[in-house]
Design a protein around this ligand. Structure first.
Ligand code: NAD
Length: 480
């Protein structure tokens, strides 16, 4: 079986331990490659390389850094087919999705930050005849970047690109569940001529290789995307070391549907916001609230359309849902369906493992699932499931919808469907989420601040926010 390698100091290398673990293909349920089981010693070596590369990389002109990042973007585009096929195989997602969303977005991330850095500027504050202050925005050193499995290269590059563009060097760890495209990225970085040590990719388990990154004294900033429980541990571990932290964590996103919305547009988009990537997007709307006067109409049409979604072979262009990412994850999602039933919910459609047959007999496929009849405060409606499962609930007033929407510990994203302009603004203002989409979903402008409130995270990524995170401001005051 193919052995993936770490990318340290410009070279592809095996882990020090020479130990590997299996990389499972979710649609087949069998291993197809081996992942380095890296430990602290690999992270030490990667950090040493990143530290050594920092003085040169950080002092390079922004044009030079930009040029290399744009070359990486270009190579991602040239290798779109290979990268998309690898992402689909590694994650279980439909190939079409990988080809139209994941990989183009990874390319866009390098392009966006590679050009964005050319426009990033700092402030000055005049004190009249007395003095002038200016703010230096300096790269900090070695950035630790850790990403999850749901949008593997998309989220990995979302961190790495701004960290590198700002002049930092990086030690990064992709999810051990979906490491393949970051391995391909290391080959692309070599081809693009990224100087050695500037980016180092260490594969391995979270509590081992990941924890070593968090704990390393020479990594002063951490950008992490993943689960809230992991984020909590990272915050606890990094705080006494005074590390800079950006945490993008879980969600339980509300979808508020008012009777005056454009019903057809809402229906089409709600199918996507519920089940894209098998519901494994942190921004998916998992709690759907519908104004009572259109509840029955919504329910009938939604369930009918969900039943028509095709689950199966990720490489088939007609497939809507591929496999979920792993067996434990599939079991977790199914356990929430059982919990929902115990809590009094009615499964309107789905609720089971989907049996595909043939070479996919052991694959981790789930039927898209719609549940009704649950109270807003039960566990099913409060905890993140992160799979193709949504609940639907009627509401009577705007106040009630807002109260239900804001009732969870999470606050990542929300979606509002209404034709009433005043209500749209009012509800967006009053929702406790970092992002509010009105009459759309996952419409992303990379310049906008991205992140959550409450237990969905700390800090913002995206646009200049990311450059601000990855640089340290220094005020310089000169007396005339
Ligand atoms: P996870 O927290 O289990 O793992 C995320 C990453 O952290 C992996 O690379 C993992 O190896 C690493 N990790 C695990 N334990 C670690 C430790 N002790 N120290 C350092 N690193 C460690 O999350 P996951 O299951 O991969 O991803 C799913 C979660 O990610 C969901 O909760 C989802 O909502 C969230 N997510 C959030 C966003 C966002 O932007 N807010 C985006 C995507 C996913």
């Amino acid at each position: 079986m193919e052995k993936l390698q770490n990318y340290i100091n410009g070279e592809l290398v095996p882990p020090h331990s020479n130990e590997y673990f299996e990389n499972i293909e979710p649609a087949i349920g069998k291993p197809y490659s081996l992942i380095p089981d890296s430990d602290e010693s690999d992270v030490l070596e990667a950090t040493k390389a990143a530290k050594a590369a920092f003085p040169i990389w950080s002092k390079m002109s922004v044009d030079q850094r930009s040029e290399i990042l744009l070359r990486i973007a270009e190579l991602i585009g040239e290798n779109l087919d290979e990268l998309a096929a690898a992402e689909s195989r590694d994650n279980g997602k439909p190939l079409k999705l990988a080809k139209t969303v994941d990989i183009p977005r990874a390319q866009a991330n390098f392009h966006f930050y590679g050009t964005g850095i050319l426009h990033f500027a700092s402030e000055s504050h005049s004190m009249g005849n007395l003095a002038i202050n200016y703010t230096l925005r300096q790269p900090i050193g070695v950035a630790g970047c850790i990403s999850p499995w749901n949008l593997p290269l998309y989220l990995f590059s979302w961190k790495i690109a701004p960290a590198l563009a700002s002049g930092n060097t990086v030690v990064a760890k992709p999810s051990e569940i979906t490491p393949y495209t970051s391995y391909l990225l290391s080959k692309i970085c070599i081809e693009a001529g990224l100087p050695k040590g500037v980016l180092n990719i260490v594969h391995g388990l979270g509590p081992k290789a990941g924890a070593a990154i968090i704990e390393h004294p020479d990594i002063p900033m951490i950008s992490f995307t993943g689960g809230t429980a992991t984020g909590e541990w990272i915050a606890r571990t990094a705080a006494p070391k005074f590390k800079k932290l950006s945490l993008e964590l879980g969600g339980k996103n509300p979808n508020l549907i008012f009777a005056d919305c454009d019903f057809d547009e809402m229906m089409k988009t709600t199918l996507r916001s519920s089940f894209s990537n098998q519901g494994q997007i942190c921004l998916c709307g998992s709690r759907i609230m519908i104004e009572r006067s259109i509840y029955d109409r919504f329910k009938t049409e939604f369930v009918e359309r969900v039943k028509a979604l095709k689950v199966g072979d990720p490489s088939n262009p007609d497939t809507n849902l591929g496999a979920v990412v792993s067996k434990p994850h599939m079991e977790k999602v199914l356990s929430y369906v059982e919990l929902a039933k115990e809590e009094g919910g009615t499964v309107l459609c789905g609720g089971n493992r989907a049996i595909i047959g043939g070479k996919f007999s052991d694959g981790y496929f789930l039927e898209p699932t719609v549940i009704e009849g649950l109270s807003y405060d039960c566990r099913t409606n409060q905890e993140e499931i992160f799979g193709p499962v949504v609940t639907i609930m009627p509401f009577d007033t705007e106040e009630e919808a807002l109260a239900i929407a804001n009732s969870t510990k999470y606050g990542l994203a929300s979606t509002i469907w209404t034709s009433d302009l005043k209500r749209a603004h009012r509800v967006a203002r009053d929702l406790h989420t970092g992002i509010a989409w009105i009459n759309c979903w996952l419409l992303r402008d990379l310049r906008t601040p991205f992140g959550g409130v409450k237990e969905s995270g700390v800090g913002r990524e995206g646009g200049f926010e990311a450059f601000q995170f990855f640089t340290e401001p220094k005020n310089v005051c000169i007396r005339y």
